[in-house]
Design a protein. Structure first.
Length: 539
């Protein structure tokens, strides 16, 4: 009988860490998807393990290098979590500072959340979704681990729905089962699981300081390790045949993994999502690259090394794991789908780091990207009298980037310029809603002319999130008014017996109809941002 495939560098490094943590060989085998014999052979003689195989390409990382990397990564991070990571002390009386009219609006948003949650809890509690029209329980949409429940935890907490939060908390503690995640061969998006499930658990921990949420987050993060078992991160769990990775995927998983590392004093989680770029640059391009993660994050080092496309500050959306380079053929430069959150998270990761000098290059990358967008993508339409981007998607992400980037910015000229541009683009975003008879925005609009290219409104949160940013930064009440008009349109056209559904044909009242689909982000984000928009800025 043959020996089977030898362990790759990631697997060997992970085994070293787990051995130090006294995990069983059975646990390692199940988590990595490799045989117990292979693991046992490696543990018997890690230094000479790779030399036993006479054929095949030799590893460019020695076992000593691997052990060094993961010993470093498993040590407690000496940098304490930033002070704003403890948000529980920032949750005051939600009605403080509000007049009667504003309280009524805030309570209306809470009732919408109660309605949506009631439909889910009564008919599909613990399932991924409830169908808002039929009431159907949809168990396995995102892996069958209660995505709507987990994604909504922070909204329940923030809105003071403590009984509902407690019942959801107990389901997470006693019934949430990660062993089935991808067990049936279903394609599970690592990106979606991290931002919805892992992010939901971490948000609940950050708000409640209930250690159970942290423990469950650790379990989920460990379950995601098989997505990296081939040494290359692709976009789907149980699927390793993709030819390219996505810019947004690499960039967006940073915050959850960094925060998990901070609260567990274990840098492994932060490096888990970054390790593959290190591997790519050693195996794909031949290095050189330091094996000390603390000299800089691998992903952003790759970004700096590759450089932006033609020095525009912008990058192709596709990345080729096998070669270690951004794709330059049959790809696009976009800040829309597949690329958007990378640019937004450049700023957010830098802010999360506490604006450390070591991470200043993140801010520089952000500044370059903003300049590139303004130079190469921003257009003024004399026909429509609006600013827009050379994209089909709404420009809310750019609004948030510009607005958030002004916080703490010492350059007054830059602040004035960026806020002015953010206001103009925010007006464009809202125009997508106000130009439709339903008051709801189509998912895709073409310029110039505001041509409706995809007429569905799927309850997206991006516009109201941007309105919340703009209101809290400028204190201009117009953003509250715009948000309230959108909320009223949702109530009028999207509300169903069991929740809220996506609305088709938003540009035609006579043909508009509700789809039997309610995404978890409607409860987790859209309603949360509506609530915060109608709350005092200090809330």
């Amino acid at each position: 009988m043959g020996r089977g495939p030898q362990l790759n560098e990631f697997q060997k490094g992970q085994i070293v860490v787990w051995k130090q943590n006294q995990e069983t060989v059975q646990f390692m085998s199940k988590s990595l998807g490799v045989s117990r014999t292979a693991i046992s052979n490696f543990l018997k003689d890690p230094t000479n393990y790779g030399k036993r195989f006479g054929r095949g390409r030799p590893s460019k990382l020695s076992p000593t290098d691997v052990r060094h990397i993961y010993r470093t990564a498993s040590k407690p991070d000496s940098t304490p979590p930033p002070p704003w990571s403890r948000t529980d002390k920032f949750i005051p009386d939600p009605h403080v500072g509000l007049d009667a009219g504003q309280i009524a609006r805030q309570d209306a948003v809470k009732r919408a959340m109660q309605h949506a949650w009631s439909g889910y809890e009564s008919l599909a509690f613990g399932a991924d979704e409830v169908a808002p029209v039929s009431g159907e329980r949809r168990h396995n949409v995102w892996g069958g681990i209660g995505v709507t429940l987990v994604d909504s935890l922070d909204t329940l907490y923030i809105m003071g729905m403590h009984d509902e939060f407690h019942r959801a908390r107990n389901w997470v503690a006693y019934h949430m089962n990660f062993t089935q995640l991808g067990a049936d061969g279903t394609k599970i998006s690592v990106f979606e699981i991290v931002i919805r499930q892992l992010g939901g658990l971490l948000s609940a921990y950050d708000l409640s300081r209930d250690a159970m949420f942290k423990q469950r987050a650790v379990e989920l993060a460990d379950r995601l390790l098989p997505a990296f078992k081939h040494g290359v991160f692709y976009t789907h769990f149980n699927v390793f045949t993709n030819e390219t990775g996505l810019l947004a995927d690499f960039g967006t998983l940073q915050l959850e993994m960094r925060y998990l590392s901070d609260i567990t004093d274990n840098a492994l989680y932060r490096e888990m999502v970054l390790y593959t770029v290190l591997l790519v640059f050693i195996h794909g391009t031949g290095g050189p690259y330091s094996t000390d993660f603390h000299q800089g994050d691998a992903f952003y080092t790759a970004v700096r090394r590759e450089g932006s496309f033609e020095n525009t500050g912008l990058f192709p959306v596709e990345y080729e794991p096998e070669t270690g380079h951004f794709a330059t053929e049959d790809t696009i430069i976009t800040i829309g789908a597949r690329g958007d959150s990378f640019y937004e998270y450049l700023l957010k990761v830098w802010l999360y780091s506490g604006k450390r000098t070591d991470d200043l290059f993140l801010r520089q990358l952000y500044d370059d990207a903003v300049a590139g967008m303004e130079t190469h993508l921003l257009v003024y339409s004399t026909i429509d009298d609006v600013y827009y981007l050379k994209e089909l998607q709404l420009p809310e992400m750019y609004v948030r980037m510009l607005a958030l980037g002004t916080v703490g910015e010492s350059n007054a000229t830059k602040v004035t310029k960026h806020l002015a541009l953010a206001k103009k683009l925010m007006h464009t975003c809202v125009s997508y809603y106000t130009r439709q008879p339903t008051g709801l925005a189509p998912d895709v609009v073409g310029f110039p002319g505001f041509d409706v290219l995809n007429s569905v409104y799927i309850l997206r949160p991006e516009t109201v999130e941007s309105l919340m940013y703009m209101y809290r930064i400028t204190h201009d009440p117009i953003y509250r008014e715009w948000g309230w008009a959108i909320f009223e349109a949702i109530e009028k056209h999207a509300k169903t017996t069991f929740g809220y559904g996506a609305v088709w044909n938003v540009h035609n009242l006579t043909d508009a109809f509700i789809e039997d689909k309610m995404e978890s982000f409607f409860l987790a984000e859209t309603l949360k941002y509506h609530y915060l928009l109608q709350s005092a800025p200090s809330f």
